[in-house]
Design a protein. Structure first.
Length: 221
């Protein structure tokens, strides 16, 4: 009997670990995907290609990044210092890699602001960079990964962005207030991602309760 309980405890332990990992990934992914249109800041780390330690390039990518959401599409904007050293910065596109878009350049400060579209914040984004330092005859290509901390997302001007859209569509504030009740009801309905998170949380609680129960039962025998 004890052998059966022991195997059952082992199974529950493995299930709990797997469920916790899934719940964590689901929570971060749902949080990122449910962002309203607007502008946000997000912390990130530049990682090595083959491990999760910070790359030397991490010091050249300033934090936080700026995230813009428009119609469900996300655009990431970053500032690079020592801009003259980072001669190339490419992100995935259509099965290959493409240069990021340069938004602005400050030659005096040796910085530039770049942006690129991004569809997933929950997994590190593989990128290609080329670093050239002529003074020391340094010239190398590198693969890096951009790891985003979705828990650090902060709103910047979500409200103002929505107001601009209302003006463009010819919708006044009064008209918006008329629909406030309807909009509130729609917002109260849980999103699919939120429902999944709650479900996984419930599964974790049940599994943990079962593990505690069987452990006490095993010790009492």
């Amino acid at each position: 009997m004890k052998g059966i309980l022991s195997r059952f405890q082992w199974f529950l332990s493995v299930f709990l670990v797997a469920s916790f990992i899934s719940w964590t990934l689901l929570s971060s992914g749902a949080h990122a995907q449910n962002l309203a249109d607007g502008t946000y800041t997000i912390q990130y780390t530049v990682l090595h290609a083959d491990n999760d330690s910070a790359s030397m390039a991490n010091d050249y990518w300033e934090k936080p990044a700026r995230l813009t959401v428009n119609g469900g599409n996300m655009t990431m904007q970053m500032t690079i210092n020592h801009s003259s050293w980072v001669t190339e910065f490419k992100v995935p596109s259509n099965g290959g890699f493409r240069d990021v878009t340069v938004v602005s350049t400050d030659e005096a400060a040796d910085k530039r602001v770049v942006e690129f579209p991004i569809s997933d914040l929950s997994t590190p984004l593989e990128s290609k960079i080329h670093v050239t330092v002529e003074d020391i005859d340094y010239d190398h290509d590198y693969t890096i990964r951009l790891s985003f901390d979705t828990s650090s997302i902060q709103e910047v001007n979500v409200a103002s962005t929505n107001d601009e859209k209302q003006e463009e569509n010819g919708t006044s504030t009064k008209d918006s207030n008329k629909n406030e009740t309807t909009d509130t009801k729609k917002t109260d309905n849980p999103q699919t991602g939120d429902t999944d998170i709650v479900l996984w949380g419930a599964v974790l609680v049940v599994a943990l309760s079962a593990l505690i129960f069987t452990r006490f039962k095993w010790q009492s025998q």
